[in-house]
Design a binder for this molecule. Structure first.
Ligand code: NAG
Ligand code: NAG
Ligand code: ZN
Ligand code: ZN
Length: 394
């Protein structure tokens, strides 16, 4: 019992480290220990490593490592894409190898041999679709349409020019420094997809997240049913109660059944744990992005709104303290004041909340859940109204 427990623990720790390292900067992990582990792993360890290399091998070697890093992390490259494809195909391979001999089984019909393959193939297709689709590249020949698609809200977007592309910057667009292009309704650059997530492919990205969450769920339940079927077919409960004299109650049977499963089917149990754990960040990320889609916000805009709110808050505090100073200066009635300023302090404390909720009203792109959802499914640039210049030239 101790050895499989240790194995599971080791697997969990490895998975935690992997998730922290690869996904620690995702906004859903903001302020959690996963983000902290990420910084420790990526920056702390990196710093020490670089100092160590510099000390041992000199500056030339450090520079070589830095340029390798530049090509890995700051340029488009398919490393994470390959890792994704390796993970999904290896997982499917291990599931097929370990569990297909028991399909059809007591609870699962033979059709799951084919539906599982189909489900994985659809997942890979969604991945390729998101990776290789146009996220909404803004170029000189279609910048005018993108300019008219979204108005400037004069809060987080004002008229600007992209200093790299030398074209006007439409509202909600951003220059992706990795891909070196301007992308409309920029959400984020996804390293896994080696592509930006923007106006035209947010829908595929959402479908990818949802499908992979369901895929993990399907795998977990299916393997669970395979194991339950084995339990039934081998009459394990019967053997345990009759031959070993264990009381026939779930509570006293459970430890023995778990022990039996870990002994006879440890691969399947590990696969189940793996799938169940991977499902969690997927559903979290999907929920986060679904909320953004329904309120017509992008990941990058949440940062911009945060900046805006903290700027407003500082401004208000400065105003309030200036007003307090002024009233103190005019000071004759300063002994009567305290009760008033106490009220004012109370009012000021409730102020940030007001600001946060007014932000939702300030988002001019939010036009109600239905409209926002429709805009993700049918982006502005795919609508007929989008291409007047093309119609003229054609
Ligand atoms: C805008 O132009 C670029 C470059 O010509 C192209 O890649 C992109 O697909 C165009 N976008 C739309 C919506 O037509
Ligand atoms: C998102 O927006 C913030 C604030 O404007 C900016 O500083 C940051 O670099 C952007 N992040 C990404 C990943 O584009
Ligand atoms: Zn640009
Ligand atoms: Zn990009």
């Amino acid at each position: 019992m101790a050895v499989p427990g240790l194995l599971v623990c080791q697997g969990l720790v490895a998975l935690l480290l992997a998730i922290s390292f690869l996904c620690g900067r995702w906004s859903i992990f903001q302020g959690t220990s996963i983000e902290r582990i990420h910084y420790l792993l990526s920056f702390g360890a990196h710093n020490y490593f670089m100092r160590f290399v510099q000390f041992l091998l000199g500056a030339k070697c450090t520079n070589a490592i830095l340029s390798v890093e530049y090509f890995c992390c700051d340029r488009p490259n398919p490393i994470l894409q390959i890792i994704y494809l390796a993970i999904i195909s290896m997982t499917y391979y291990f599931i097929a190898k370990s569990s297909f001999t028991y399909i059809p089984g007591y609870y699962l019909s033979g059709i799951h041999r084919y539906t599982s393959l189909l489900a994985v193939a659809v997942g890979m297709l969604l991945f390729l679709l998101t990776s290789f689709s146009d996220p909404g590249t803004v170029k000189a020949d279609n910048v005018s349409q993108y300019l008219s698609a979204y108005p400037y809200d004069s809060i987080i977007y004002t008229e600007k020019e992209c200093s790299t592309c030398k074209i006007p910057k439409p509202a909600r667009s951003k220059h992706c420094s990795i891909c070196d292009r301007c992308v409309a309704r920029f959400d984020h650059h996804c390293g896994w997809m080696n592509n930006c997530i923007g106006e035209r492919n947010t829908r595929y990205f959402m479908a990818f997240l949802l499908w992979h969450f369901l895929l993990c769920l399907y795998g977990t339940v299916a393997i669970g049913l395979v194991l339950a079927g084995r339990l039934k077919e081998l009459t394990v409960v019967y053997i345990l109660t009759v031959y070993y004299g264990i009381e026939n109650s779930p509570l006293s049977l459970a430890p023995h059944i778990v022990q039996w499963l870990l002994g006879a089917y440890h691969t399947q149990v590990l696969l189940m744990v793996f799938l169940a754990i991977v499902a969690l960040p997927l559903v979290g990320l999907f929920g986060y992005h679904a909320k953004l889609c329904l309120t017509n916000t992008t990941t990058n805009e949440t940062f911009k709104w945060q900046e805006y709110i903290s700027r407003q808050r500082k401004l208000n505090e400065a105003k309030a303290s200036a007003a307090a100073l002024r009233s103190n200066m005019s000071g004759i009635s300063s002994e009567v004041k305290p009760s008033v300023s106490k009220w004012r302090a109370l009012f000021r404390r409730s102020r940030p909340k007001d600001l946060d909720s007014s932000v939702v009203k300030n988002n001019v792109y939010d036009k109600g859940y239905f409209h926002n959802f429709y805009e993700v499914i049918f982006p502005m640039s795919t609508r007929r109204s989008f291409s007047p210049t093309k119609l003229k030239s054609g």
